[in-house]
Ligand binder design. Structure first.
Ligand code: NAD
Length: 443
């Protein structure tokens, strides 16, 4: 089988590389020539554990190639995956579908035989049918179901464990129109190697698949927001949110994932997907009030995190030095999109603090988005002269700091841990005043 993947970002590059690993011939296309040049030099444009080796191996074995030429790349393929970005549209929060439709039009113009046109980008319900319209408008000679099918195949991978998630998914969702027999066959064949390890491919209607992706992301964002509000309650009543999470998570109906209280969800998906679902639902006359609240609570939470840090400094951050560890929205990625740090850092600067930050992979991206702060060479360097140490992201390398070195680096003895990395009693024993999320200071 041969496929083209349009858009070589987190999703396109990982999916393309993984499909090639399963023996499919893959060409990954991006209109960003510098990105393609870098990949062809063997440099990954994103940080994702294991990706460089996976790409190098499949390129070497001739199953994976990269191109900027979309028209040439879709010739003779069984399927074209659209994996371009769908950011929030400025103003109304709706997903910006201009990249998806532009790619669909280009694909249509270049098609020279049957192909399934598969939307892997996260797109609001109804987009698949619009893609079919765009294709037929660009190529009136093409007939839906005969010359092409439109397929929705949303992606559920997580940055930081994207390869494992793609290769061993909990499920693969494939949505098609009625009568898209060929489209379903192509998808079944492409995912057959995964099905060998007994992972279900769920075939649904086109619209259903599109809704599933948003329902999944918004449900997870709701779960995070729920436990964050429980953490607030725990702080007021002397309970421990970690134990609450454990206590409810052991119930199989609830599950133990996404119950880690913290500074609020971020990243390239949850914030924009919640906004887009709210917009879609309102337009459809079926508002989803729970997700509307989730968005509001989460936005407020990020700002509240800065307030907590100022409170820990005695209520005044003017002239105080903050050593900040972690900038990305979660560990094992360099993705800074909608990271809580993007709200916390400006609020601290506004309050008069100065910030020295370190992140193992995110500093290159952070420097484009966060000015007015110093970037450190490593974790201890970030703490130089600090009054307070703030943990913003729970990278592995921050999980067992050498307390002697911490004490030597920073004159302050205050820690604000927004990720509950440490045991309050242990840190208190090291001589620090320790503030965390939803837990008592020290026992
Ligand atoms: P990204 O911004 O990292 O990559 C998108 C790429 O598409 C860019 O490199 C851009 O240059 C390219 N592109 C845009 N238009 C193009 C065109 N016409 N031709 C060729 N290339 C084009 O985006 P991403 O994070 O990979 O996300 C892609 C989609 O997948 C989004 O809809 C997102 O919501 C969804 N998604 C993302 C994740 C994630 O963890 N990042 C997970 C699941 C789903």
């Amino acid at each position: 089988m041969r496929i083209a993947v349009i858009g070589t970002g987190y999703v396109g590059l990982v999916s393309g590389a993984c499909f090639s690993e399963f023996g499919t011939s893959v060409v990954c296309v991006d209109k960003d020539a510098s990105k393609i040049e870098r990949i062809n030099r063997g440099e990954m444009p994103i940080y994702e554990p294991g990706l460089d080796d996976l790409v190098a191996r499949n390129v070497k074995e001739g199953r994976l190639e990269f191109s900027t030429d979309l028209a040439a790349s879709v010739k003779g393929v069984d399927a074209v995956f659209i994996a371009v970005g769908t950011p929030s549209r400025r103003g109304d929060g709706h997903a910006d579908l201009s990249y998806v439709f532009a790619a669909a039009e280009e694909i249509a113009k270049a098609l020279d035989g049957y192909a399934a046109i598969v939307t892997k980008s996260t797109v609001p319900v109804g987009t698949g049918r619009k893609v079919a319209e765009v294709v037929m408008k660009a190529r009136p000679d093409l007939e839906l179901g005969r010359d092409f099918d439109v397929v929705s195949n949303p992606e559920f991978l997580r940055e930081g464990s994207a390869i494992e998630d793609f290769m061993r998914p909990d499920r693969v969702v494939v949505g098609t129109l009625d009568g898209a027999t060929r489209g379903r066959e192509v998808m079944r064949a492409l995912y057959r190697p995964l099905a060998l390890i007994e992972k279900p491919v769920l075939f649904t209607a086109l619209e259903t698949a599109e809704v599933i992706k948003y329902a999944a992301n918004c449900f997870l964002a709701t779960k995070i927001t729920f436990i964050n509000e429980m953490a607030n309650l725990c702080e007021q009543v002397g309970a421990d949110v970690q134990d609450v999470a454990k206590g409810i998570g052991l119930d199989n109906r609830i599950g133990n994932k996404f119950l880690h209280a913290g500074p609020g969800y971020g990243g390239s998906c949850f914030p924009k997907d919640c906004l887009a679902l709210v917009k879609t639902a309102r337009d459809a006359g079926a508002p989803i009030r729970i997700v509307e609240s989730v968005i509001e609570v989460n936005e407020g939470r990020k700002v509240d995190m800065a307030r907590r840090i100022v409170d820990a400094l005695g209520g005044d951050a003017k002239g105080k030095r903050v050593g900040l560890l972690g900038l990305t929205f979660k560990p094992n990625t360099d993705d800074m999109r909608d990271s809580p740090s993007l709200a916390i850092v400006p609020a601290l600067l506004e309050a008069g603090a100065s910030i020295r930050a370190y992140d193992p992979e995110g500093m290159h991206e952070a420097q484009k988005l966060l000015s007015g702060i110093e970037y450190a060479a490593d974790a201890y360097d970030a703490l130089k002269d600090a009054d307070v140490l703030v943990f913003c992201t729970e990278w592995n390398q921050f999980r067992s700091l050498d307390w002697t070195r911490v004490r030597q680096a920073m004159p302050g003895r205050i820690i604000v841990d927004l990720r509950n990395i440490y045991d309050p009693t242990r840190v208190a024993r090291e001589g620090f005043t320790y503030h965390s999320i939803g837990r008592k200071a020290a026992i």
